[in-house]
Write a protein that binds this ligand. Structure first.
Ligand code: ZN
Length: 217
């Protein structure tokens, strides 16, 4: 994605990693940006409101103009911006728990759904119906300048995935130490890895080593 390349250059942070693995929905790539999402590196990629805006812009969830307005609003009210960032991270964690439970067959906590519902209600005032060539979809009001508006694309993506038939195709990466989520859109439901280049190969190398070790004994 060209946006992420430019972004990586300008920030020098590893956000582009979230885009190497397209989860198939903005909210999945957002979950996949989470602390400890892949193993236990302990690296938080979105460390504040400015990072959140950079991430949304790199993901093409908001336009450059929208990002500019939100950055100016954050510069004027840094404390309020930090609170919105905190809400975004809380949303990411609630959504991750719900989706991970769905993918793994676990129990879904009502309080996590309630958090998503509450953020959906707050984001609704920033949503506008826009034509995408096939139908209408909810998108962020192009003139929105309130800090809260940054939540709208994330909430919209989360709710549209949760209410869509695609949820049946939600998978967690087959590498046991990776928590990345994706939609398996292959015809024969065969996608196993968040991405072959990292997890797919890691597991293959691990199996190869185990085989070689047991053959040696
Ligand atoms: Zn993975």
């Amino acid at each position: 994605m060209s946006g992420s390349t430019a972004f990586q250059r300008s920030r020098g942070k590893p956000y582009a990693e979230t885009f190497r693995c397209p989860g198939g929905a903005l909210c999945l790539d957002f979950c996949n940006s989470g602390e400890n999402a892949r193993g236990h590196s302990g690296t938080e990629w979105i460390t504040g409101f400015p990072d959140l805006i950079d991430w949304l812009e790199a993901a093409e969830a908001i336009t450059r103009d929208q990002a500019g307005r939100l950055r100016r609003a954050a510069a004027a009210s840094p404390r309020a911006a930090a609170q919105v960032w905190g809400r975004a991270i809380k949303l990411r964690e609630a959504l991750f728990r719900v989706l991970n439970a769905k993918a793994e067959g676990g129990a879904i906590a009502r309080e996590d759904l309630a958090y998503i519902e509450a953020e959906h209600a707050r984001a609704a005032s920033f949503a506008r119906l826009s034509w995408n060539g096939h139908g209408y979809r909810w998108s962020l009001d192009p003139s929105a300048a309130a800090l809260d508006a940054a939540m709208q694309p994330l909430v919209e993506s989360a709710v549209s995935l949760l209410t869509s038939a695609k949820l049946e195709r939600l998978r967690r990466c087959g590498n046991s130490t990776c928590h990345w989520l994706f939609i398996d859109e292959t015809k024969n439901h065969s996608r196993r890895w968040c991405e072959m280049a990292s997890c797919g190969n890691v597991v293959k190398v691990r199996r190869h080593r185990e085989k070689a070790r047991s053959a040696a004994h």
